[in-house]
Ligand binder design. Structure first.
Ligand code: DX5
Ligand code: ZN
Length: 217
């Protein structure tokens, strides 16, 4: 079954805990937690104290943390302590990729690597055997609600083929512009097994139906 990871960037921040509980109660597989530093991306979002609060409120939730920050290595331990289950950082970030993956894994956390639309997918291949998740961006990171860039589909296909060839099984996730009726099915066909969806879940009238529509793909 395809997993869905609702991105809280589109949640109602005045009732964030309740919004997360609502999507988890209707079956969402995890919560996607988008951290932006105003430097790696032009936007600012939220960080450690918010994750800490959500972890206290939702002790059993799986937090899929997506760091859109310049120096991920500096913050690995803090995000693990705050409650992350998987930490994904960008290959375009300034820190040493191998050292950052090792630091995440040393904390007993899943390590994920994200790639922007303009980054060739092959850059991820040397790290694949150490990753729990690869995150292919369908949009330039920084904002929710942008249209999906179809270049992500070729990247997913290439990743699936490389993982099959080497018998590796990281989650293949896609983030940005993913909708259950249009881009979602294309992503699954191309190899994605985790769909990150912000506006398509949190802005839906019926969140249960939205979650189930993704999982049925
Ligand atoms: C973009 C974020 C995404 C985004 C997805 O920088 O990483 O997680 O919130 O939002 P939608 O699904 O609305 O494109
Ligand atoms: Zn994200």
């Amino acid at each position: 079954m395809t997993k869905v990871s609702p991105s809280i960037l589109s949640a109602d921040f005045a009732r964030l805990g309740a919004d997360c509980k609502e999507v988890l109660d209707v079956g969402a597989d995890m919560i996607h937690f988008d951290v932006m530093d105003g430097h790696f991306v032009d936007n600012l979002s939220f960080g450690l104290p918010v994750l800490e609060g959500l972890r206290k409120a939702l002790p059993d939730a799986y937090f899929d943390v997506h760091l859109m920050i310049t120096n991920p290595l500096t913050y690995v331990k803090d995000f693990v302590d705050a409650g992350a289950n998987c930490i994904t950082f960008h290959i375009e970030a300034r820190d040493n990729t191998r050292a950052t993956i090792a630091a995440i894994r040393a904390c007993g956390c899943g390590a994920g690597l994200a790639i922007n639309p303009n980054t060739p997918v092959e850059t991820v291949f040397p790290y694949l055997d150490k990753l729990s998740l690869v995150l292919v961006m369908g949009v330039t990171p920084g904002h929710g609600g942008q249209p999906f860039q179809t270049s992500a589909l070729d990247k997913l296909r290439a990743l699936r083929a490389e993982c099959q060839r080497r018998d590796l099984h990281p989650m293949l996730s896609v983030d940005g512009g993913v909708k259950a009726d249009t881009t979602g099915p294309q992503c699954v066909e191309a190899g994605a097994n985790v769909l990150v969806a912000g506006s398509a879940v949190f802005c839906a009238e019926d969140k249960a139906a939205a979650v189930q529509a993704f999982q049925a793909l």
